[in-house]
Design a protein around this ligand. Structure first.
Ligand code: PLP
Length: 377
């Protein structure tokens, strides 16, 4: 049996999700744009999923656009808002620890001529809302901040920063990558003061290849893909019906148990920290105030990939930093001031409601064994 501790990379689809995807493929395979009954059935199924996602975010269903995942959601949000609002205000504010889907998109906008301010954490490795607020000027069109950072699990002060920014500069568009927070922390559009929010299904036991973008009413985005009238012509193309049905099922299943699952993850993180404290040479790269779902640690003297494959040989699956960085040097850990040798040996352990204490015992025993065997290699 695999011990899967890489839930920030992706999660195991639940039976309810697989059931919803299969049901849609077998029974509701009409095109929601078709005018006949089978089209209408598909439209109704999609409306149901849209309502479920909207209700989880506390917004109207018409504010939810389905996409192929959070990477597309954030591309559409940032490129679409920059094109709509950036001509006279070509300045963007973002954090230095964004996921590649935001980071690379902002880099691309910078190459097109936008001026970018990237906010760094303070000496304690935490973000201060004031740094984001003070960076915004009359020239700013867009502020993009993630809620839960995906490598160490730090939580950024999005709510505080966006509240003041929107009060002082109501025309600035605020975007939040809430992928690692959705269904884990409360993510409500009005609390966050976000105009745009990116979320993804496969991080919450839904299918891969589907996500959503929340767009506050009145916010204009220029589409990045042109085509038909689907998704209000902002994101044209026949909707990925089975995946959307699976996304709806995942949210429906997760929504009632957010606080129970949070408490479980918190217990798992505390339990793991306690076990790790008994092993020599372990440094913790996560913040005690971060999400309980992610713990980033370094095993002194052993490169991440070496330990990752050692653990894999024992049937334990973890990540070296972020899955998207695929072994490249972590810009996020450097931003927190973590020295290169420690960053080179970083492992990310990420929990789900399925994680058990026995699995964490197996993990810590394997880390201790790996350290003893690998340290002099
Ligand atoms: N944003 C964050 C914080 C993530 O962790 C990820 C996935 O790794 C993404 C965005 C990208 O999501 P998707 O895989 O749906 O494109």
């Amino acid at each position: 049996m695999a011990i899967y501790l890489d839930n920030a990379a992706t999660t195991r689809p639940s039976s309810a999700v697989i059931g919803a995807v299969t049901h849609c493929m077998l029974e509701v395979y009409g095109n929601p744009s078709s005018l006949h009954r089978m089209g209408l059935d598909a439209q109704l199924l999609m409306d149901g999923a849209r309502k479920t996602v909207a209700s989880a975010l506390g917004c109207d269903m018409n504010c939810i656009l389905f996409t192929s995942g959070a990477t597309e959601s954030s591309n559409l949000a940032l490129r679409g808002a920059a094109a709509a609002y950036g001509k006279r205000r070509p300045h963007i504010v973002t954090s230095a620890v964004e996921h590649a889907s935001v980071r690379s998109t902002v880099d691309a906008l910078e190459a097109q001529g936008f001026r970018v301010t990237r906010i760094l954490p303070n000496a304690e490795g935490e973000f201060d809302a004031k740094d984001f607020i003070n960076a915004v000027t009359e020239e700013t069109c867009l502020v993009s901040m993630m809620l839960t950072e995906n490598e160490t699990g730090r939580i950024l002060p999005v709510q505080r920063a966006f509240r003041t920014i929107k009060k002082r500069f109501p025309d600035v568009i605020t975007h939040c990558d809430a992928v690692q927070a959705f269904m884990k922390l409360p993510v409500r559009v009005n609390d966050l003061n976000a105009d745009l929010i990116s979320i993804s299904a496969h991080k919450i036991h839904g299918p891969k290849g589907v996500g959503a973008l929340y767009i506050r009413k009145g916010v204009r985005l220029l589409p990045i893909v042109t085509g038909g009238k689907q998704e209000r012509s902002i994101r044209p193309g026949t909707e990925a019906m089975p995946l959307i049905a699976g996304f709806g099922a995942a949210v429906e299943e997760m929504q009632p148990s957010i606080s129970d699952r949070f408490a479980h993850a918190k217990h798992m993180k505390e339990c793991l920290l306690e076990k790790l404290a008994k092993i020599e040479g372990i440094s913790i790269n996560s913040s005690p105030e971060g999400t309980p779902y992610i713990l980033n640690l370094s095993v002194q003297g052993i490169r991440s990939e070496i330990m990752l494959h050692f653990l894999e040989s024992k049937g334990i699956y973890v990540s070296s930093g972020s899955a998207c960085s695929k072994g490249a040097k972590s810009q996020v850990l450097s931003a927190y001031g973590i020295p290169d040798d420690r960053a080179d040996s970083a492992l990310r352990i990420s929990f789900s409601a399925e994680t058990t204490e026995d699995e964490l015992t197996a993990l810590t025993e394997a880390i201790a064994q790996g350290r003893a065997q690998l340290i002099h290699k």
